[in-house]
Ligand binder design. Structure first.
Ligand SMILES: Cc1cc2nc3c(=O)[nH]c(=O)nc-3n(C[C@H](O)[C@H](O)[C@H](O)COP(=O)(O)OP(=O)(O)OC[C@H]3O[C@@H](n4cnc5c(N)ncnc54)[C@H](O)[C@@H]3O)c2cc1C
Length: 493
């Protein structure tokens, strides 16, 4: 065992596991991160953790990961114990270790005036090692109840709920309308951000624990929604929030304008060698415009580059965030500052405060070829909503053979659950009470469908929470742990 080294935090500098060079990675679909890491490197990063009396990093983590413990265990080279501590609060640490924006690092005490601990890299290294060593195995329950639970949707929320409920002994069936399990981890987030073999490994683990999966089983399509109430003791709707926000301006009906998700979904399916829906969308040699920032917009930019786009312009309607934290946004709040995305590191033009006014078809062939736009300055109300604009420059003509609309999501898509009494809240999500139950007795909701489009870590936390509520509903009490979600989840379009 490595001896404690109280001054270690002063000697080591922050060195996360790196990304491959932008030039190299933009030419392939392999993960953008360096594939391997060195144990001594990660130990030195764990050593930077000061084990603060008040672990603000844990407060910044929506699922309350016990970060100082596993940082220290990595420093001491006790990786197996670190993995156990990580799994205590997170069913799928690789989902977050590869994709999370790491609000924990923003909340690290070091981040007050220095570089935070590389918490995300350490998390990834622990779970990578766990898989390599064969430490991650199926954990079926020692006994079974007679309760049957249906989970609708197999994204991170549905899978976390399924694993927790199964480990509590209930009989769990997951219905997924797609041909593969995983939700946005499978057909939304590109392979180069998260390799699909990582999802598959977890699906095999969950199946070996006794969870029953039904794919190509859309509730409201091939599965009657009444089944949820008639054949199960409880159900959870974890169907995500993939209804896209549209932009209603002249020319919207032209060919060549697509929502982001069909494009990204198709790109993922192409990588997996699966059949594609028509029309096939390919950015090769095209002038591409991506409307909207956020993870979805970034993934469109990066996918278009890999397909060989001639030019990719990403347009945001809001001003560019500041580099430094503004005074009303102090540590340990989530910083509202600018960070260059991995996609922009790979190239592309990034524009802010651009208001798109029309899609133009100047050649008259029915396809978009130009975006008409204005450079603007916004004024805001007290709530921070845009109220008025001053046009700085109009008539911007941006070449656009392909446009991807990535300006957010407005809740779950088509609603097959209304006939069984499930109501919506004004924001489009399912209306739920303090126990996460919808307006239909015994039918609960979790993940993006419950909280609105957010992040993988929030979805896992919501899945864990709903499992605890369902377990209590069925048995009158629950030993399943709650997650630590205390704040409003951030919106991630
Ligand atoms: C392009 C993109 C990139 C993102 N990148 C990141 C990132 O880098 N980091 C991050 O933290 N977050 C990211 N997010 C957000 C994150 O992916 C989501 O917050 C998370 O996946 C939500 O999980 P979920 O389980 O609630 O829903 P989802 O992952 O959306 O899964 C819902 C599942 O329900 C299924 N379903 C829907 N209706 C039915 C039905 N009627 N019957 C059966 N099945 C149904 C769907 O097919 C889907 O598989 C990204 C989102 C997008 C769109």
């Amino acid at each position: 065992m490595t001896e404690p080294h109280p001054g270690g935090y002063r000697e080591e500098t922050r060195r996360p596991i790196g990304k491959r060079s932008p030039e190299e990675r933009a030419r392939d679909y392999q993960e953008i991160y360096e594939p391997s890491w060195d144990e001594a490197h990660l130990q030195s990063q764990g050593e930077r953790c000061m084990d603060c009396g008040v672990p603000t990093c844990m407060g910044g983590c929506p699922i309350g990961n016990i970060i100082p413990d596993w940082n220290d265990l990595v420093y001491r080279s006790d990786w197996k114990a670190a993995l156990e501590r990580l799994h205590a609060t997170n069913n799928f640490p690789e989902f977050t270790g590869y994709t999370c924006p790491a609000p924990c690092e923003d909340a690290c005490v070091f981040a007050y005036n220095d570089d935070p601990v590389t918490i995300k890299s350490i998390e990834r290294a622990i779970v990578d090692r766990g898989w390599e060593e064969g430490w991650i195995e199926p954990e079926p329950p020692s006994s079974r109840t007679d309760y049957e639970v249906a989970i609708v949707g197999s994204g991170p929320a549905g899978l976390a709920a399924a694993q927790q409920l199964n480990r509590a002994g209930h009989r769990v069936t997951v219905y997924e309308r797609d041909d593969e399990i995983g939700g946005l981890m499978q057909y939304g987030i590109p392979d180069f951000k998260f390799a699909k073999s990582r999802v598959q490994r977890r699906v095999e683990q969950l199946a070996a624990e006794g969870i029953h999966f039904e794919t190509n089983a859309g509730v409201g399509e091939s599965v009657d929604p009444d089944t949820l109430c008639e054949d199960y003791d409880a159900a959870c709707l974890a169907v995500g929030a993939q209804r896209p926000r549209d932009i209603e301006i002249p020319g919207r009906e032209l060919d060549g304008i697509h929502f982001a998700m069909p494009y990204l979904r198709q790109a993922n399916r192409r990588q997996a060698g699966k059949q594609l829906a028509s029309p096939e969308i390919d950015a090769a040699d095209k002038h591409v415009v991506v409307l909207g920032g956020g993870d979805t917009g970034a993934d469109c930019v990066a996918t278009a580059h890999r397909q060989g786009a001639a030019q990719v312009v990403q347009i945001g309607i809001n001003p560019k965030p500041p580099i430094e934290r503004p005074s009303d946004n102090p540590w340990p709040m989530l910083p509202k500052t600018y960070t260059k995305t991995y996609a922009q590191e790979e190239g592309g033009i990034e524009e802010f405060e651009i208001d798109t006014t029309a899609f133009l078809d100047t050649s008259g062939d029915g396809r978009v070829d130009t975006l008409d736009a204005e450079r603007v300055l916004w004024s805001y109300d007290g709530e921070g909503s845009r109220v008025d604009k001053t046009v700085i420059e109009d008539g911007l003509a941006i070449p656009a053979d392909l446009v991807f609309v990535a300006i957010g999501f407005t809740g779950p898509e088509a609603d097959p659950f209304a006939p069984i009494g499930v109501e919506r809240a004004p924001d489009g999500t399912f209306r739920t009470d303090e126990h996460m139950m919808t307006t239909t007795e015994g039918v609960f909701a979790a993940g993006d469908a419950n909280i609105g489009a957010s992040l993988v870590v929030w979805a896992i936390g919501d899945g864990r929470d709903v499992a605890r509520h369902i377990d209590s509903y069925l048995t009158g009490e629950s030993d399943l742990p709650p997650s630590l979600q205390t704040e409003t989840p951030p919106i991630s379009p």
